[in-house]
Design a protein around this ligand. Sequence first.
Ligand code: ASP
Length: 331
Amino acid sequence: MITICIHGGAGTILKEDMTPELEKAYLDALQTALNAGYAVLEEGGTAVNAVKAAVVVLEDNVLFNAGRGSVFTKKGTQEMDAAIMRGQDLEAGAVCGIRSVRNPVEDLEAGAVCGIRSVRNPVELAAEVMTNSNHVFLSGKGANDFAIKQGIKLEPDEFFFSQFRYDQWKAIRDSDNYALDHTHHHLEELMRDKKFGTVGAAACDVNGNIAAATSTGGMTNKKYGRVGDSPIIGAGTYANNKTCAISCTGHGEPFIKAVAAYNVSCLMEMKGMSLQQAMDETVMHKLKDMDGEGGMIGVDAAGNFAMIFNSAGMYRGVKNDKGVNEVSIYG
Ligand code: ASP
């Protein structure tokens, strides 16, 4: 069975905070990404190409916190992380700290490197690391230089900017609550303010191969240099044909500590759980007990899927060849 699942981030996404226009814009964007990924599978393409196609659409859409429209760091920069993994042979590629720089006036160091061009689609760079390097994970300048060498599409800083994310950042950058300090109070405030907004996809192709990809700008007002779970293989992204392909979204630190995506795979492999059971156990118990707010989407090699979150909402969608075609936002 061919299947693709996508997410556009989890968090305190409430219907009362949404206008009908914005809700429609999100749902349309999810459907467009889902269709792009599904079209690849329908034509007999690979799960890797399907997840990449879906994630590129979401990265290019300013509504989501990945690629264009990424959130700002404490320094007013945008630093993007992404990963992709192929379940057939456990090949993986990841990049972090893909950097676009804003605010030359407000940040001298940023001013010094203003005009830098950055990678338009971090997921494409992650895929390039997977297929055309003998490494798994590249960071910062090395990753950017590799992108240039491989002819990956670059854009000027302006491309990544969005007033909406910038205003969110400005609202918290000088407050006492700016840091992702792990007290409940701060965390809840941050969640309410900004949601998460990472994007990801998991797919099963016609040959029963599975893959997952995740791409993010991280968390608003994060320290520069901070890396979340998304590009870390096993934490935010994982794929193994024997078990599952998973892409996570949520508060990255607990997801890293829980090795969340690999935890699902382990429960399936070692305890014989189904995809649904293993994701439920990981999201609703393990992560929840650690205050790990967020969720994940996943598929197995039979094309079964699950989308689970412990937050108020998660932008998500699924399409398969059994007639399922849904996009949704709330719990
Ligand atoms: N997990 C991402 C991070 O911590 C954020 C998100 O999912 O929105 O960087």
